[in-house]
Design a protein around this ligand. Structure first.
Ligand code: HEC
Ligand code: HEC
Length: 333
């Protein structure tokens, strides 16, 4: 470290500073001399809604306002999916936000909502009915977007529910999650229910503890662009995948029931029962917990009771870590 590294020392040594000023402007600038934004306690600046963004490979550009428009969000890759029904692409002002905003046009979704591509159509309809008539609620009353699902379902006609179910069930579920066992994760903030690693002076590592931290592979693509091809990393506790495998494959000595009996041999779903393989582990934990607590009690929810009744939250974390870690076969095009 040179004598003039920090501004403070340079001030104390005023005479030397005058002498050195011309010689050592570089030296002065080397110390930490950014605006101490943290000392003002202000949120990061919002992005101007008129800022234009492009996505490499898409050939399209949208303003930030268009990307997150609840009644017609950006569709970066219109050729990569069938034509969206109007209700999926544009919603129905003011109560029904476009499904594509949160679940994306391809239904891959984000950890804070749900992975809805490739769900059985009848299951999809059943869940919309459960949201609509109050049988499916979050066990966490502050989870605002689950409340929104109720408002959305209540604002839809049966025909619109059928169209949305037909559309999303026609698309395959694709590889989306990379599970990493670790005991340390980046320090993070929440952005609309999603973990985003901190940057600059606030960045660092912290213990994962007993939780799953699902965070974008690419923050700008997920948080700002809502890129439907940019997936997520799920940090899970060390050893959780193996513990989950035991519970999922043989019921963990009577603690639960082997999932493949109902969810299909590869956990890709069976009949009206949804696939769970390779899907967001945060979402999976939340659903098992809601099912155990009884806030999710749609037409078929009782079937899940014996599977979740004796699970601890830690068991659910292990199960979700294992199920999410299973690779998803690429669909044949
Ligand atoms: C504001 C964001 C948002 C919008 C817009 C939205 N959803 Fe959802 N959706 C969610 C959230 C959040 C959940 C998961 C609720 C939970 O975990 O408690 C969800 C869950 C679902 C599920 C259940 C999936 C499963 O595996 O059981 C279906 C089906 C669904 N949404 C369909 C739709 C349809 C159809 C539309 C458009 C008409 C739509 N959603 C619009 C946020 C949204
Ligand atoms: C006896 C049949 C049965 C067994 C065994 C079973 N499930 Fe389920 N599961 C269901 C049904 C039916 C649903 C749909 C519940 C509803 O309609 O609310 C479901 C729903 C789920 C959901 C919510 C999916 C979504 O998209 O929201 C998760 C997560 C889940 N099961 C995980 C598991 C796991 C993990 C196991 C094994 C430990 C398991 N299930 C065992 C029948 C079963």
């Amino acid at each position: 470290m040179s004598f003039f590294d920090t501004p403070r020392r340079a001030t104390i040594c005023g005479v030397a500073l005058v002498l050195a000023a011309t010689l050592s402007q570089v030296g002065l600038a080397q110390g930490y001399d950014e605006e101490p934004t943290w000392s003002y306690g202000v949120a990061p600046p919002p992005i101007d809604p008129s800022t234009v963004f492009e996505l490499p490979g898409s050939g399209r550009s949208f303003t930030h306002g268009e990307i997150r428009d609840p009644f017609g969000p950006a569709d970066w890759y219109p050729d990569a999916h069938p034509t969206m029904p109007d209700i999926v692409a544009n919603g129905n002002y003011p109560d029904v936000w476009a499904c594509a905003l949160c679940h994306y046009p391809n239904g891959q979704g984000r950890p804070e909502n749900g992975p809805i591509a490739g769900l059985p159509k009848d299951y999809f309809i059943q869940q919309m009915q459960a949201f609509r008539n109050g049988e499916r609620k979050s066990a966490q009353p502050r989870k605002f977007n689950t409340h929104l699902m109720t408002t959305i379902a209540q604002g839809m006609t049966d025909e619109q529910i059928d169209q949305a179910a037909e559309y999303y069930s026609s698309m395959p579920w694709r590889q989306w999650i990379r599970v990493v066992e670790t005991d340390e994760v980046p320090k993070s903030r929440f952005s609309l229910g999603m973990y985003i690693p901190l940057e600059g002076n606030a960045a660092g590592m912290e213990p994962l503890g007993m939780r799953i931290m699902e965070t974008p592979e690419n923050v700008e693509h997920a948080e700002v662009l809502r890129d439907p091809n940019s997936g997520f990393i799920a940090y899970v506790p060390i050893g959780s995948v193996a513990k989950g495998e035991a519970l999922v494959t043989n019921g963990g000595n009577g603690k639960t029931i082997a999932c493949n009996i109902c969810h299909g041999p590869d956990l890709n779903g069976l009949g009206i029962i949804p696939g769970i393989r390779g899907r967001s582990p945060t979402y999976l934990v939340r659903q098992m917990y809601d099912l155990r607590e009884g806030t999710r009690r749609g037409a078929q929810a009782a079937l899940m009771q014996p599977a979740v009744a004796n699970l601890t939250t830690e068991d659910m974390i292990s199960i979700a870590a294992y199920v999410a870690s299973l690779p998803v076969e690429a669909p044949s095009e």
